[in-house]
Design a protein around this ligand. Structure first.
Ligand SMILES: *[C@@H]1O[C@H](CO)[C@@H](O)[C@H](O)[C@H]1NC(C)=O
Ligand SMILES: *[C@@H]1O[C@H](CO)[C@@H](O)[C@H](O)[C@H]1NC(C)=O
Ligand SMILES: *[C@@H]1O[C@H](CO)[C@@H](O)[C@H](O)[C@H]1NC(C)=O
Ligand SMILES: *[C@@H]1O[C@H](CO)[C@@H](O)[C@H](O)[C@H]1NC(C)=O
Ligand SMILES: *[C@@H]1O[C@H](CO)[C@@H](O)[C@H](O)[C@H]1NC(C)=O
Ligand SMILES: *[C@@H]1O[C@H](CO)[C@@H](O)[C@H](O)[C@H]1NC(C)=O
Ligand SMILES: *[C@@H]1O[C@H](CO)[C@@H](O)[C@H](O)[C@H]1NC(C)=O
Length: 559
């Protein structure tokens, strides 16, 4: 009978977990947050290994690590910071993060900088670009005291290869300016600003060895780019896609409103003619990404913060992004997914235009769209794709599509009242390597671990982990980077002043978490204690049940 009572409570606990699942309510303006199944407090997380840069160095003591970005290449983690690149061997970083190699690269432009810089902290070398160029070379650019330069380094030894080059258009001048970059077909695609003030934003193709010219977006044209914050770039098929947020040019109401965008260019774009769009893209198109909560009134999350690489969702290539509300509005975040073919479909659709400045934006009638259609790539193998002037003129005036790109299932996968800043996804989680787990970093130093099911439109918040510890990381609490190391079951969480290595699951912590099966019979046999009387069962069984709930969930995501 005791068994029976306990089992009933287990069932109750499972039922009560079930109400957490469909957390995305339709009618409310902003849905309730998912409730975490497990919460990890700071006391529990202080033991995680951390890395603060060179603590014996005078600058580091005052300014901290000043994390900029990190990438994992096979079993090595490359961390770009102020004046340094640290290389961590992931096989030896399990209990302590000690770089296997440190590359120090200081500014060479100090005299000039002292005159120009408003803030002398800008005179360091902030490593803003760190990308793999090919399978032997790392391409690295630093702000170099407001005079950006780029170098190539051998991946294996960090020896410099060849000469340093001027980094204008490839790397920003200041640490606070956004920048993304990737190599595709031997060319470097950068999205950043090309001047000291940060007003000349551009998406730029450079460094090729073939016939293709250097190309950029039209300079100082707000229809093309307006105060963009670049977030990510991906190569897919014949295109390069750039994801960013920017001040919405089509929003003609009061105030400044930011929208999220995806822009696309053809890798084989040959640029315009001598008269029109010379040295500029002829295939550039962009569209708004719609991450909104449907209901009586749509609730928009318009500011893209972070985006995954291309992954497969329901056997279709897709990306997942974290979006937040406008800066000056109540905090709120959502994760939305976008299929790449849905993006391409919007680029095959109608264009938007503004006939006169201050006029509202309208849809371009289909008969006004020239052929070949702007945004389409020259067929492979075709000699040259010369656009006549009227086509180039249309392209110059119409970079923006009329329709927005809808998110997968037209709703967010996850919403939160917190400000989320970063996302990574493990698409091969769980006992069968077929579950998807999303890790989200927040502005207040936490990591949320969420099991998502795209087929069922449901998500479970498995863990809410407090990672930030001010003693270990003096400085900001905001999560600036996340990098997964699936093989060793770890997540690297970057803050401005430190990197912390967090295990992907904490199952061993829970004493009753030993079952690896979801079979209720199994749980019942293992976890029901026949010695327990119904009198003392209450408070104890509550904790036990919590543990069983954790166990059920964690064994489902059994790393
Ligand atoms: C933060 O980390 C330090 C050093 O590891 C530790 O002594 C301290 O207790 C931690 N703080 C909290 C609030 O856990
Ligand atoms: C660090 O600062 C101290 C005091 O300002 C100075 O004496 C010392 O030379 C500095 N060390 C380095 C390596 O710059
Ligand atoms: C990383 O460390 C392991 C263990 O010490 C070592 O076997 C391996 O060669 C190292 N990898 C590199 C690329 O240095
Ligand atoms: C290195 O790159 C070349 C092409 O650039 C590719 O064919 C080759 O498979 C790569 N090698 C490895 C080990 O990834
Ligand atoms: C939003 O806030 C961030 C951080 O506080 C700031 O860097 C950014 O410029 C703000 N953006 C807008 C559009 O006000
Ligand atoms: C994962 O694979 C297992 C075994 O093949 C299957 O039973 C389960 O339904 C799959 N789950 C998902 C989410 O595809
Ligand atoms: C998920 O949402 C989409 C769009 O709202 C809907 O078409 C689909 O039927 C939903 N799936 C489930 C299992 O509820």
């Amino acid at each position: 009978m005791i068994d029976r009572a306990l089992w009933d409570s287990v069932v109750m606990a499972m039922v009560s977990l079930a109400w957490l699942l469909p957390a995305i309510a339709a009618a409310t303006p902003f849905p309730i947050d998912l409730q975490p199944i497990s919460v990890e407090h700071l006391e529990d997380s202080q033991q995680y290994p951390s890395f603060q840069g060179l603590v014996f160095n005078n600058d580091s003591e005052r300014l901290g690590l000043d994390y900029q970005r990190m990438i994992r290449i096979q079993h090595m983690l490359y961390i770009a910071a102020r004046d340094h690149i640290y290389v961590v061997n992931l096989t030896t970083a399990v209990h302590k993060i000690i770089p296997q190699q440190i590359l120090t690269w200081r500014s060479s432009n100090l005299e000039m900088c002292a005159i120009r810089a408003r803030n002398s902290d800008e005179c360091y070398n902030y490593i803003k670009v760190l990308v793999r160029r090919d399978n032997e070379t790392l391409f690295v650019c630093g702000t170099n005291a407001l005079k950006p330069v780029c170098r190539n380094y051998r991946l294996s030894s960090l020896e410099q290869v060849g000469q340093e080059r001027w980094g204008q258009g490839l790397c920003p001048f200041q640490s606070g300016h956004s920048s993304v970059g990737l190599f595709a077909g031997g060319h470097f695609y950068s999205a950043t600003v090309a001047d000291f003030q940060g007003s000349d934003a551009l998406i730029y193709r450079s460094l090729g060895t073939d016939e293709l010219p250097l190309l950029r977006t039209v300079r100082h044209d707000p229809k093309w780019l307006r105060e963009p914050e670049f977030v990510h770039a991906v190569e897919y098929g014949q295109y390069v896609y750039v994801f960013f947020s920017e001040t919405a040019v089509e929003h003609t109401g009061a105030g400044r409103v930011v929208y999220s965008r995806v822009a696309r260019v053809c890798k084989n774009d040959e640029g315009g003619s001598r008269r029109l769009l010379h040295g500029q893209w002829t295939s550039f198109v962009k569209a708004r990404l719609d991450c909104s909560v449907p209901g009586d009134t749509f609730f928009y999350l318009d500011v893209l913060q972070s985006l995954t690489s291309v992954l497969q969702i329901n056997q279709r290539p897709a990306v997942l992004g974290v979006f937040t509300t406008q800066n000056n509005s109540i905090p709120g975040s959502a994760v939305c997914g976008f299929y790449l073919d849905d993006i391409d479909q919007v680029f095959k659709g109608k264009f938007k235009e503004q006939k006169k400045s201050d006029a509202v934006w309208t849809t371009v009638p289909e008969e006004h769209v020239p052929k070949p259609r702007p945004g389409s790539c020259a067929p492979e193998g075709s000699a040259y794709f010369h656009h006549p002037d009227f086509v180039l003129s249309f392209i110059e005036k119409h970079p923006l599509m009329d329709e927005t790109v809808s998110s997968i299932n037209s709703q967010p996968l996850i919403t939160s009242r917190y400000k989320l800043t970063q996302i990574v996804v493990d698409t091969a989680a769980g006992p069968h390597q077929n579950s998807s787990v999303v890790f989200l970093g927040s502005e207040d130093g936490r990591v949320l671990k969420i099991l998502i099911s795209l087929r069922e439109n449901s998500s479970r918040l498995l863990e809410d982990i407090s990672v930030f510890n001010h003693t270990q990381c003096p400085g900001e609490r905001r999560v600036l980077g996340l990098e997964l190391d699936q093989e060793r079951h770890a997540l690297f969480v970057a803050f401005s002043s430190c990197i912390i290595r967090v295990p992907l699951s904490r199952c061993a912590r829970h004493s009753s978490c030993r079952s690896s099966s979801l079979d209720p019979e199994h749980l019942r046999r293992d976890d029901a204690d026949p010695q327990r009387t119904s009198d003392d069962a209450d408070p104890e069984s509550t904790t036990e049940l919590t543990n069983i709930a954790k166990c059920v969930t964690e064994s489902y995501i059994n790393y």
